[in-house]
Write a protein that binds this ligand. Structure first.
Ligand SMILES: NC(=O)c1ccc[n+]([C@@H]2O[C@H](COP(=O)([O-])OP(=O)(O)OC[C@H]3O[C@@H](n4cnc5c(N)ncnc54)[C@H](O)[C@@H]3O)[C@@H](O)[C@H]2O)c1
Ligand SMILES: [Zn+2]
Length: 383
């Protein structure tokens, strides 16, 4: 479809992620290649709808689609069954049917709930992702995990429903806050640790710019990462390559293990076992990226004990996280014991057995069965 498309494929799915500038205005034309029906719901939150709703609706209308913009409140609370029902009712009222499709226009919350709606509406219709946060671009829009939260926990209800197309318009980042950018960087650093030592080096030497950034040896661009300034980031070719490189990492992992069976996809949980426990134990008051950053520091300590990870590399990870202004220690007032107690019910502890992602060296990771609850408690106490 496009020479710059990144393919994501598995036994029963194949789709492209397109990354570039000005793609929202071309969304309708790009969608024409993958969907046949005309009616579509464009699901957005009030912020993404305000920023991009008109542009995307116009683009679909100009290709003779019949788009209906459906707005929901911004924030994690919207990832609920109640919102799913409201969206579906508006879709029925707009006469969408089995031949229609859903477009998710927003961050990970919108991607997850709109994907879930697409998975269940009339037993499943196509989904197109237009992610507008850095986290959604490099992580949540790829891989087909959709769902909503319950009172009992996050992402407890869901379905695998891969999108038919992912349209990543980096111009969307112009309006993103530094806080939201940081969430994306935490996942980018995670990708570097588990899969890409070269990207880790490239990010680490960011201060000594310019650095040559290559995507699988083919594309090269200079990365001038004035990362706090989202408008600079959005216009930086090196940054576009960075996004592509991260999508390619997630795409390879998802293609190898779409349903998290062989263990490959579980590697994406690096830093997340302790990170999720921090989120839960602090009632989700600390942003996800910050929790994952601290969780990755704990995972490095555990990797030193159980995976042969060196203290030098642990220090390199800590200093990279700090460069991106991500926290590497827990706030003093947080109860370490409470976090350790919250780790246990995590879904990575299947059948009472602890499966913990460790890194033996930067660029590599595997699931270890040797990590004990005591190791985890010790690492949390040291944070
Ligand atoms: N499906 C997956 O594989 C997967 C992976 C990781 C995370 N997730 C999910 O993703 C969600 C988090 O995603 P998120 O961090 O994108 O949160 P989000 O969707 O809540 O977006 C964060 C905030 O940024 C705003 N926003 C979106 N685009 C903007 C833009 N371009 N400019 C300015 N503001 C903008 C949103 O309105 C929101 O207020 C969580 O629910 C998490 O469970 C899913
Ligand atoms: Zn995460």
């Amino acid at each position: 479809m496009n020479s710059d498309a990144i393919e994501i494929s598995g036994n029963d799915f194949r789709y492209s992620a397109l990354v570039g500038h000005g793609l929202m205005a071309r969304a309708g034309e790009l969608a024409r290649n993958v969907v046949s029906g005309n009616r579509c719901a464009i699901v957005a939150d009030e912020i993404s709808a305000g920023l991009f709703g008109d542009r995307v609706c116009k683009s679909f209308s100009s290709e003779n689609f019949l788009p209906r913009l459906i707005r929901i409140p911004a924030g994690e609370k919207s990832k609920s069954f109640a919102q799913v029902e409201k969206i579906c009712e508006q879709m029925i009222a707009a006469e969408l049917d089995r031949s229609s499709f859903v477009v998710g226009l927003g961050g990970g919350v919108i991607g997850d709930i709109s994907g879930f709606v697409a998975a269940i509406f009339q037993r499943g219709i196509p989904h197109i992702q237009i992610p507008t946060t850095l986290l959604a671009m490099v992580d949540s829009s790829i891989g087909g995990k959709t769902g909503v939260n319950l009172e009992a926990g996050k992402n407890l209800i869901g379905a695998f429903h891969h999108p038919s197309l992912v349209i990543i318009d980096v111009d969307a980042l112009e309006t993103l806050s530094a806080r939201e950018l940081r969430k994306g960087y935490a996942e980018i650093i995670k990708h570097a640790i588990i899969r890409d030592a070269e990207m880790f080096q490239m990010l680490s030497s960011r201060a000594k710019m310019p650095v040559r950034l290559g995507l699988e040896g083919s594309r090269c661009a200079t990365l001038k990462l004035s990362w706090r300034d989202s408008s600079t980031v959005a216009r930086d070719d090196g940054f576009v390559s960075l996004i592509r490189r991260n999508i390619a990492i997630k795409a390879r992992i998802v293609s190898a293990d779409a349903r998290e069976i062989s263990g490959e996809r579980a590697l994406l949980n690096f830093g997340h076992t302790v990170g999720h426990a921090i989120e839960r134990a602090t009632d989700f008051k600390i942003p996800h990226g910050d929790c994952i950053s601290i969780g990755m520091v704990a995972a490095c300590a555990i990797s030193m004990k159980r995976g042969g990870f060196s203290s030098q590399e642990r220090d390199d990870v800590v200093s990279l996280l700090k460069q991106f202004e991500l926290p590497t220690q827990l706030p003093a007032e947080v109860d370490r014991e409470r976090i350790a107690a919250t780790v246990a019910p995590d879904k990575k502890f299947l059948g009472g057995k602890i499966r913990f992602v460790v890194t033996p060296r930067i660029g590599q990771a595997h699931v270890s069965n040797d990590v004990t609850m005591e190791d985890i408690r010790e690492a949390i106490a040291a944070l």
